[in-house]
Design a protein around this ligand. Structure first.
Ligand SMILES: O=C(O)CCC(=O)C(=O)O
Ligand SMILES: [Fe+2]
Length: 280
């Protein structure tokens, strides 16, 4: 089925041209110098977002075997979609409970001399929650596989949890790996990002080149492609975690490899994928 919901284009045009009051929100945080001003503004001010000016930005309801998924298309090509209320409250609570129990580690980066140090590029605490060790994570994996049949979730990295405290953020980057011993087949075709707790203020997921921010709530998920059809890096998939100005944000990601993606086997051109595969 098909259920478009378009804002009045004139109304959003007017909104975008109004003076905004976002500057009051922009607090100081460690690593602020890594952020472009224009991206911080997009993070903090939904009125600055250009997505809803595009005629192709629509919401779809897809029903398969009596189960409904609500998909918001933020970009067709490359695909960037938000799944609203994808997980049940129980799934969200169960996964959050792992986080409350675990001792979290500040994410580190490796320096040139081989030592690891904390970095202000990613101010967040991580926790590997593999589907083998955690039934709560397996449940998420199963739901994703069932409701998104276009993607083969079997070939994926362990589910990676991430918690941002107030002032936490993740400077825009690519998930596509540029490491020598990684083949194109092993590389991250898709990022599936699940939201378990949204920040009170801030904390969206920004795509600077698509000029949009996915503003999600707990139970929502975001999916995008990091790869072009020919398996090279998708330039528009550059993204980051917007600064959290108040509250905490808890997410986890499944990185899906190109390996075993039968639906995409025949696609090999030097161009972006298209989101229509996600709607059937
Ligand atoms: O926090 C976000 O919204 C983005 C997280 C992210 O980009 C990542 O974990 O690779
Ligand atoms: Fe990322």
């Amino acid at each position: 089925s098909f259920d478009p919901e378009i804002d009045d284009p004139n109304q959003s045009f007017n909104k975008i041209n109004q003076e905004t009051e976002s500057s009051g929100l922009q607090s100081d945080f460690a690593g602020k110098e890594y952020w472009e001003d224009i991206d911080q503004k997009l993070c903090d001010d939904p009125e600055f977002d250009e997505t809803w000016k595009k005629p192709e930005s629509l919401c779809y309801s897809v029903i398969r075997e009596q189960e409904e998924t609500r998909i918001e298309v933020l970009s067709w090509s490359p695909p960037l979609v938000v799944y609203r209320k994808f997980f049940t409250d129980k799934q969200v609570d169960d996964y959050l409970r792992i986080f409350k129990k675990a001792s979290l580690e500040q994410q580190t980066v490796v320096s040139a001399d081989g030592t690891s140090r904390s970095s202000n590029v990613r101010v967040a605490k991580g926790l590997i929650t593999s589907a083998y060790d955690f039934p709560e994570a397996q449940s998420l994996h199963k739901t994703a596989s069932r409701l998104i049949p276009a993607i083969n979730f079997t070939s994926s990295e362990p589910i990676n949890g991430l918690k941002y405290d107030t002032k936490g953020h993740y400077v825009p980057h690519y998930d596509y790996l540029k490491v020598k011993d990684i083949t194109e087949d092993d590389n991250r075709m898709v990022t599936f990002l699940m939201v378990f707790q949204a920040a009170n203020v801030g904390g969206g997921t920004i795509f600077p080149y698509i000029r949009t921010v996915a503003r999600t709530k707990s139970g929502d998920a975001i999916l995008w492609f990091n790869m072009k059809q020919n398996r090279e890096q998708e330039p528009l998939a550059f993204h980051g975690g917007c600064p959290v100005h108040s509250g905490e944000k808890i997410i986890s990601t499944i990185w899906v490899e190109r390996r075993g993606q039968e639906l995409f086997e025949a696609f090999n051109e030097d161009k972006s994928f298209s989101a229509d595969v996600l709607l059937c």
